[in-house]
Design a protein around this ligand. Structure first.
Ligand code: GAP
Length: 507
């Protein structure tokens, strides 16, 4: 049976060392993926792009907080009570399913485009009856009443039972917990930005669609703390006339000027707008075409318990539209609640007001894995008359290697020279990989297959002192296969320049 597009891409991703199903030799429990050497390199570069855009260019702090948090934290944050998905059980086969997904996927409900996400259990139960939703295993109307299932992974700290803790369901909580210490140590004034990249865990009822719904995944989250009396952003003036693409009720998404989006209330304030613009920039840098994603204001029933308003980013993929980013106006929900539950003072002194203020928070939160999958989908290229192989058109800034390096043949000193250049380029900070097996054409194809933007070849001319090409190598561009000759001494600066410029062809 032919694989659908997403399964075919997952197959490529596993064969080419982008991804490895976790615990594969023990049967791979669903919802977990490892990154192979190629995938890990790309993922790290995506995370570093985020650090550059969301932290370094803004002068914000990066921290790293614990994965396991005591129950008290998640009681205060509301996750112990609210972080649950609707669960339904089949009375016959005893399998458990996510109720809203089952309804939306059932034939009868699909015809009427029923939206079940965010509805309370009682209403989901009514929809199951109304659309005669069947157990997907038994194909019978044997589904139980709908209940809640809390998605946090529970554990115990130390050997004495009762010290309940959870794997964090979002990295954000660690930032709220460390906030007061950072403010004190830095004597910070509002606004303050603190972010982190880290793993989160959610015991999803039905993990599915590869990297889209996982049980363990990586988030990149920024918490921007500001005085609620000043909802402006210092850089708003620079971006207010840019346009962002928003979903619209009428059908096709529309480009709306940022200033207008704030004035009409589509976007809550300048701060939210500024971070939507930053999200767009990051997605463009990762090679996701502008017309393949849009922002959507979330309806109240789908907005998380801590948020006064959410704007999500949705990307077109072969799984359909996927939410990959949530920008939330978290207000003082978290800080006030932690302050109340812990007794700690989490306010900041505002000189102009001569008073202490509990800051409000805007949070751009995104999953690395979902973005990684979108990058794969949008960079994947089929065979063409010029290339008899499938390849990836990654922007050089996130490609797994800066370059691969080959000797034309493994003899006459070309291999030693190529090894020497490899070592020098690594010393200069480039990620390069030496390959000498197979024909040169096959090696180019293998590099293309994982999206390496440049191939460097050492040939006879490189070593021939009588040749006018002595001391030079060829650099082949991935996208058009064209080659230029570059002096060995200029290689690292040229490649670094090409990467910075995003140059993928010889024009
Ligand atoms: N701190 C806010 C927060 O966690 P979220 O919308 O639940 O908000 C943010 O998650 C992002 O994390 C999502 O937009 C998505 O990219 C990623 N994410 C959430 N659940 C995920 C899962 N089960 N598998 C993979 N990524 C997930």
């Amino acid at each position: 049976m032919a694989l659908n597009k997403a399964d075919a891409l997952m197959d490529v991703a596993i064969r080419r060392s982008f991804l490895i199903p976790s615990s594969e030799i023990y049967g791979s429990p669903s919802g977990f993926f490892d990154y192979g050497p190629v995938g890990a390199a790309i993922k790290r570069k995506i995370e570093n792009l985020w650090r550059s855009e969301f932290l370094h260019k803004e002068g914000f702090h990066e921290i790293e907080t614990s994965l396991i948090v005591p129950e008290a934290v998640l009681k205060a944050s509301g996750h112990a009570e609210n972080f649950a998905d609707p669960l339904v059980t089949c009375s016959q086969c005893k399998n458990k399913f996510r109720a809203d997904h089952l309804i939306e996927q059932s034939e009868n409900a699909k015809k009427e485009h029923v939206k079940a996400a965010g509805l309370p259990p009682a209403q989901l139960g009514e929809l199951i009856q109304k659309y005669a939703v069947l157990c997907p295993q038994c194909k019978k109307p044997t589904l139980s009443d709908v209940g809640w299932f809390n998605m946090m992974f529970r554990t115990n700290i130390g050997p004495i039972e009762g010290n309940t803790a959870y794997f964090r369901p979002e990295t954000a909580q660690g930032i709220f917990l460390d906030f007061a210490r950072i403010v004190r140590n830095y004597q910070s004034k509002l606004p303050i930005g603190i972010g982190q990249v880290g793993r989160s865990a959610r015991n999803e009822i039905s993990p599915r669609q590869g990297l889209i719904r996982m049980r363990e995944f990586t988030q990149m989250e920024l918490e921007y703390f500001f005085n609620p009396k000043d909802q402006s952003h210092p850089k708003f003036g620079k971006i207010k006339h840019e346009k962002l693409r928003f979903a619209s009720e009428e059908g096709q998404p529309q480009y709306i000027e940022i200033e207008k989006a704030v004035h009409t209330g589509l976007v809550a304030n300048e701060i939210m707008a500024y971070f939507l613009w930053k999200v767009e920039r990051l997605y463009l840098s990762c090679g996701i075409p502008k017309e393949k994603f849009h922002f959507r204001k979330m309806p109240k029933e789908e907005t998380p318990h801590y948020s006064k308003g959410n704007i999500d980013l949705e990307v077109e993929t072969s799984y359909g539209l996927v939410e990959t980013v949530g920008v939330a106006y978290r207000t003082d929900f978290d800080l006030s609640s932690h302050s109340k539950h812990s007794g700690a003072d989490l306010s900041v002194f505002v000189e102009g007001e001569k008073a202490k203020v509990v800051p409000h928070v805007v949070e751009p939160s995104m999953g690395v894995d979902r973005l990684f999958w979108c990058v794969l989908e949008h960079a994947f290229r089929g065979k063409t008359p010029e290339k008899d192989w499938e390849w990836f058109d990654f922007p050089p800034a996130i490609a797994p290697y800066h370059a691969w390096i080959f000797p034309l043949m493994k003899k006459d000193g070309m291999d030693e020279k190529a090894r020497q250049i490899e070592e020098n380029l690594r010393e200069e900070g480039l990620t390069v990989y030496y390959q000498d097996s197979g024909s040169i054409g096959r090696r180019y194809a293998r590099a293309d297959e994982i999206g390496v933007p440049y191939c460097i070849t050492v040939d006879y001319d490189t070593l021939d002192e009588k040749s006018d090409k002595h001391g030079t190598v060829t650099v082949r561009f991935r996208n058009d296969g064209k080659q230029i000759r570059v002096k060995i001494g200029e290689l690292s600066s040229k490649i670094a320049h090409f990467v910075k410029e995003g140059k993928v062809r010889d024009d």
